[in-house]
Ligand binder design. Structure first.
Ligand code: FCB
Length: 453
């Protein structure tokens, strides 16, 4: 028995937006349409980095099949669609002459969204750094702020007039930390100096892009960060301090830079010596005002003290039920972060849940995918959003990650996050039970139809 989603559209404010989210490299098919090489191509081609060495060359072939995919968004009853623009597709060398086919693609995609009555919500960067920029140091090079601002200008010069909202950079933590400290993501570095620079430059690039888009007259600009509810693994003071360090790195560093124009002491204790000269002077740009903040939320983490240099911590598995990623299911963390982000950083600014969802061992049986666990996961997290709204948090929308099963980075095509199943041989799309349950929950009553027109 698959279950239903009990938290329905009628339980949310009339103007609350429901969306589905994707990102460029994970679905488009990077081999198509003249995109330039990006850091995920070479990371995946290096043995040991990605499960089965898989890359995004074909992915879901959304580049050609986007009309069918946007029909699914429309049919699912969603109001908006969060997608990202590939830097390497638009600027194959990272800078210089744009690839006309790349800009044309996002132009077609935008119009296809509008034709279906869907609000286009763009994220400029979701990790596919052009290799040419990586060769020049990528996020370690301060010049990336200018390169990114130029890219923002080119993209938004073409589609900015039709966007409902625009976010700069998806999940700065993943870019800086997974890419430069743990080495789990491209470019696969494990170096604290590289990390310190990436942490700072990713925020500087965000600020420069906000300033650039603002100067172009584009509004509804946002920042998208990810959050994990950090819990000390044990009762000791040492574990509590380790959990606090993890929380500072993951949950506080970026919003503190943007909204308080400083970095948390617990992070400076580690990266301080490695930050680029004059970093304190960049906060005016980093703090460029945004119109909303997006929270990506999936799970909680148990953190213990560990031997070794800063940050001297380790993750300990917890006891809650887990998704196929091994991530504990902890909806309370979403309610907690919506409150905390409002209280500590954003005040009255609108908040959006820009990603939330789970990977499951989803398979087609007799033509159906019964992903009951995902139905329950989404329902529980929608319930957490409702609680936050009831507590007065200005949450304005919720996006499911993801519309389609897709390329889950270092885990290749193994982890299925979609509302829609994708057969990576035939590329056939089959909506899962969660898609149907959500569609049911998002249906408008006749009274609501009147309210939104
Ligand atoms: C987020 C990423 C997204 C996807 C989900 C599972 O961190 O933004 O691309 O990988 O996790």
């Amino acid at each position: 028995m698959t279950g239903r989603i009990g938290n329905t559209r009628a339980d949310f404010p009339a103007d609350f937006l429901f969306g589905a989210a994707t990102s460029a490299y994970q679905i488009e098919g990077h081999a198509f349409g003249g995109a330039g090489p990006c850091q995920w191509d070479s990371f995946a081609a290096t043995p040991g980095n990605v499960v089965r060495g898989e890359d995004g060359a074909r992915a879901c072939d959304h580049y050609h099949r986007y009309p069918e995919d946007l029909d699914l968004v429309k049919e699912g009853g969603f109001d908006c669609y969060r997608f990202s623009t590939s830097w390497a597709r638009i600027l194959p060398d990272g800078r210089g002459t744009p690839n006309a086919a790349g800009l044309d693609f996002y132009d077609r995609l935008t119009d296809a969204l509008l034709e279906r009555g869907l609000k286009p919500c763009v994220t400029l960067y979701h990790w596919e750094l052009p290799s040419a920029l990586r060769d020049m140091g990528g996020w370690q090079n301060r010049d990336i702020a200018g390169w990114f601002a130029d890219f923002a200008q080119i993209v938004m010069g073409r589609i900015g007039d039709r966007m409902y909202s625009a976010a700069t950079i998806n999940e700065p933590w993943c870019i800086a930390w997974l890419g430069h400290f743990s080495g789990d993501h491209a470019p696969g570095l494990r170096d604290i100096r590289a990390t310190a620079r990436a942490l700072h430059h990713v925020l500087l690039a965000h600020g420069r892009a906000v300033e650039t888009m603002r100067a172009m007259g584009i509004g509804n600009l946002g920042a998208v960060c990810n959050f994990e509810h950090v819990l000390p693994a044990g009762p000791t003071d040492a574990d509590a301090a380790a959990a606090d360090r993890y929380d500072a790195i993951f949950n506080r560093f970026f919003l503190s830079g943007m909204f308080h124009r400083r970095y948390p002491d617990q992070v400076l204790a580690g990266i301080g010596p490695y930050l680029p000269r004059g970093w304190q002077d960049d906060f005016v740009t980093i703090g460029a005002p945004v119109d909303w903040v997006g929270l990506n939320y999936y799970t909680c983490k148990r953190i213990a003290q560990a031997p070794g240099p800063w940050p001297a911590l380790t993750e300990v598995p917890g006891a809650l039920p887990k998704t196929a990623m091994g991530w504990e299911i902890h909806p309370e963390g979403l309610r907690y972060f919506l409150n905390r982000v409002r209280d500590e950083f954003t005040g009255d600014l609108p908040l959006f849940v820009t990603e939330n969802g789970m990977a499951g061992d989803d398979a087609i049986r007799a033509g159906r995918v019964d992903d009951a666990a995902r139905v329950a996961y989404l329902d529980a997290h929608l319930g957490a959003v409702r609680q936050a709204i009831a507590q007065g948090v200005p949450v304005r929308g919720y996006f499911v990650w993801s519309l389609l099963d897709n390329y889950e980075w270092a885990l290749g095509y193994d982890k299925r996050f979609g509302l829609v199943h994708v057969d990576f041989e035939t590329l056939q799309r089959v909506p899962k039970a969660s898609y149907h349950a959500l569609k049911q929950a998002l249906q408008r009553s006749a009274a609501q139809d009147v309210k939104v027109t």
